[in-house]
Design a protein around this ligand. Structure first.
Ligand SMILES: [Zn+2]
Ligand SMILES: [Zn+2]
Length: 211
């Protein structure tokens, strides 16, 4: 696999970095990589140190991990928004100048994903033979390489769009939930019977089951 550097010599972020973060190489990761690098070039930004760039992902799948590594738009910084519409579409907004692009893909011009989808379903069902598993991995690697190396105009559609600035991550004050006693961001509490409680207490949705 070739190293794919973005245009910033001081911070070379490669597809290999994406694989290390994501755990495996796959077509979804390659789509995310291409979307992020193309969008950043279109917006004229390098990997930002701060939160000027915001990514809005219309999927919650593999590509999102490449977006986080390449564009520096991460869940923890609050500049990664996921609307899981199940669409391979990524919008990037630059707070510095208000410019935005939405990236989608001409999928079938690069690779016929038909075999891939059916083989993948078979492998994930646990019913694939060793031969089918090997075919799947070979096709997966080929598809990933095709996506990484496809000419931009054959693979991507980059639309300049106008949009409202996404809401900024809020700075919260912590308070103590009057039900479970755990610390919780003030703005995220609910009032139940006159008490300020956390959402899991209000909704009965604690992750850990009470013993
Ligand atoms: Zn993946
Ligand atoms: Zn609570």
């Amino acid at each position: 696999m070739h190293a794919h550097h973005i245009n910033d010599a001081t911070q070379p972020v490669t597809f290999e970095d994406c694989i290390r973060f994501h755990g495996h190489s796959c077509p979804g990761l390659a789509y995310g990589y291409r979307a992020a690098t193309a969008a950043m070039a279109a917006l004229g930004v390098n990997r930002p140190e701060d939160e000027d760039l915001v990514a809005i992902c219309e999927t919650d799948a593999c590509g999102v991990d490449a977006i986080q590594i390449i564009a520096g738009t991460t869940a923890g910084k609050g500049n990664l928004v996921i609307h899981d519409y199940g669409k391979n579409a990524f919008t990037f907004y630059n707070r510095k100048d208000g410019k935005a692009v939405r990236v989608t893909f001409h999928r079938n011009e690069v690779t016929d994903a038909g075999d891939f989808a059916s083989l993948r379903a078979l492998v994930f069902s646990g019913k694939a033979t060793d031969v089918e598993k090997a075919q799947f991995h070979e096709l997966k690697d080929k598809t990933t390489a095709d996506i990484l190396h496809a000419p931009a105009d054959k693979l991507l559609r980059i639309e300049k769009i106008t949009m409202e600035a996404p809401k900024k991550a809020l700075i919260f004050t912590s308070v103590i939930c009057e039900c479970c006693g755990e610390s919780v961001a003030d703005a995220k509490t609910r009032k139940v019977d006159g008490k300020h409680v956390c959402m899991p207490c209000a909704e009965g949705t604690h992750i850990a089951k009470k013993k």
